[in-house]
Write a protein that binds this ligand. Structure first.
Ligand code: NI
Length: 179
């Protein structure tokens, strides 16, 4: 178990398409443990394996109710492997996203408001959920990492992108934790 370095935007692994997980073994369990350690050390809401330099289709996320992030709500601790996302309806939400690979920055990003996601858990067992709101935003942000997409590529107007301290001078952080 170890806290790993989080790669920053510009690193080629973050721009690549990750490979499906095929082995559910001790190596995978060790990787997931490292990802949770790293996410906790960074106080993040989610982390994708490519962010620590491992190009596999694996993301984790977890958000406990936190008064610092009143809009974030509760997202159960989840390990999501080889995910597939299916939007439910056309409704979109916009929120000020942050990413551990772009520390100190925020951008206003539209996402599907509701979706169904499917994938495998750490034992290789399939599961699916229907989610909305911040849970849906986190899943879309993390799964984008598996296709080499970082949130700035989703911003409609780049004037809605900048340094957190300049955008929100009276707050210590944006509306939600980094992912
Ligand atoms: Ni991110």
């Amino acid at each position: 178990m170890a806290v790993k370095e989080v790669l920053r935007m510009g690193h080629p692994v973050l721009a690549g398409v990750a490979e499906p997980v095929v082995r559910f073994d001790d190596e995978l369990r060790a990787l997931v443990a490292d990802m949770f350690d790293t996410m906790a050390a960074c106080k993040g809401a989610g982390l994708a394996a490519p962010q620590i330099g491992v190009p596999l289709r694996l993301v984790i996320f977890e958000v406990e109710a936190n008064p610092r992030y009143p809009d974030a709500g509760d997202v159960p601790q989840t390990i999501l492997i080889n995910p597939e996302l299916e939007p439910l309806g056309d409704d979109r939400l916009e929120s000020w996203e942050g990413c551990l690979s772009l520390p100190g920055m925020r951008g206003l990003v539209p996402r599907y408001a509701r979706l169904r996601y499917r994938g495998l858990d750490l034992a290789g067992q399939p599961f699916e959920r229907e989610v909305e709101g911040f849970h849906a935003i986190v899943v879309q942000h993390e799964c984008d990492h598996l296709d080499g997409v970082l949130y700035p590529q989703r911003i409609r107007d780049l004037r809605d992108f900048g340094f957190e301290q300049a955008l929100f001078p009276r707050l210590s952080s944006g509306a939600e934790p980094d992912q």
